[in-house]
Design a protein around this ligand. Structure first.
Ligand code: M6R
Length: 361
């Protein structure tokens, strides 16, 4: 049942080229984006996204995509905050609820608050028969298959893929993306499962790095732009299964507090593919190195060529168009956490104190 893998999490990590390709097939038609159910994002002025845990992190990435590709403002909330804040939500807003299980109590309660108030209640769910799928006006299927490991991997990557295709669809509807750009993005999307396979080939290298991360008591994750939520994903996965304390910060926030933590005992994982923000992130990274922080730079060959001097370790990722980078950089987040946990001997698939589906508040 684990298909030769030691844990379900490892199996699910390795299924990702296939599950990603399945979701891309489900949301495209030739060189066009074609969600199984269409929603007209030109009919709203803003999107409110709500989720918990890793789903909340996917929504944080979704905000960057919707705002950049469709010029549509997005607000992102943690479900347990959204449900009690009772903030204004009106008919100009599409409210989107994202959940692997479709049964998370706080997300379901948040959906019920928005229902009747928002223009439409949209959902992105992996379990088609779930409460969230049933109560939403639209239920987009995550198409990841059953996920058993408590730490979400393939469902998270497919959540990202869906938010990206919806952002592209919104851009087409709102006139910020023309047919040529849409076709270019769709052809880039279709290459992604192959690039994810290449990233999986870095597993041995991640295992080696993880054996050293396992010595740490605290780890900092940094990123800028859409890599900021990915820093959160790296920290969340690591905490969940290795029990090492980890925190994520936006690179630019470093000097506003967390830099006080930096010394030679602190590994700092920096997610920084070569993109227009690369130099900014590198200068934050140099501030860490000047205080003897141990930088693990996760970048591509161009980034490695430009910024490897003085770093503790570099993990060289395949090159990808920056718009797709969050999907690809989920892989090192997962692999580093997984192998750190294996090294520490924790219960990877059933970490202490956690449940796969949180159906109570
Ligand atoms: O089923 P959901 O997507 O609603 O679950 C939300 C969180 O409980 C979940 O993402 C959790 O954070 C994962 N264990 C993260 O890996």
């Amino acid at each position: 049942e684990k298909a030769g893998h030691r844990h379900f999490m490892a199996k699910e990590i390795h299924e990702q080229p296939q599950t990603l390709s399945d979701v891309i097939a489900a949301f495209t038609d030739g060189d066009r984006i074609a969600p199984p159910t269409d929603f007209d994002f030109a009919s709203v002025a803003r999107v409110q996204m709500v989720a918990c845990g890793t789903g909340y992190i996917a929504c944080m990435v979704g905000k960057y995509w919707f705002e950049a590709l469709a010029r549509l403002p997005v607000e992102v909330d943690i479900a347990s905050e959204y449900r009690y804040r009772e903030g204004p939500v009106g008919k100009d807003t599409a409210a989107l609820f994202l959940s692997q299980s479709g049964e998370t109590a706080d997300t379901l309660a948040a959906l019920r608050y928005a229902k009747g108030r928002a223009h439409a209640v949209l959902s992105v769910v992996n379990v088609a028969e779930s409460s969230i799928a049933r109560e939403a006006d639209v239920a987009w299927p995550i198409t990841a298959g059953v996920e058993i490991g408590v730490a979400s991997t393939k469902a998270f990557v497919n959540q990202l893929a869906i938010l990206l295709v919806l952002a592209i669809r919104a851009g087409v509807q709102r006139g910020t993306i023309d047919t040529a750009r849409e076709a270019e993005l769709v052809s880039g999307l279709k290459l992604l499962p192959g690039i994810v396979s290449q990233a999986l080939a870095l597993e041995d290298r991640c295992e080696d790095l993880a054996s050293r991360l396992a010595e740490a008591t605290d780890i900092l994750f940094l990123g800028r732009g859409p890599m900021y939520p990915m820093a959160h994903e790296g920290a969340l996965k690591l905490k969940e299964i290795s029990y090492i304390h980890a925190e994520a910060y936006a690179s630019g926030e470093l000097k506003h507090g967390p830099i006080a933590l930096v010394d030679r005992s602190l590994p700092v994982v920096v997610f920084a593919p070569m993109d227009p923000l690369f130099d900014k992130t590198v200068s934050n990274m140099q501030e860490v190195m000047a205080r003897e922080g141990q930088v693990l730079l996760v970048t591509d060959a161009d980034g490695a060529a430009q910024a490897s001097a003085g770093v503790w370790e570099v993990l060289v990722m395949p090159k990808v168009d920056p718009v797709f980078a969050p999907i690809l950089y989920a892989l090192p987040a997962q692999l580093l956490a997984y192998h750190t946990a294996v090294h520490k001997g924790t219960d990877v698939d059933q970490p202490r104190n956690l449940a796969k589906s949180v159906t109570v508040e």
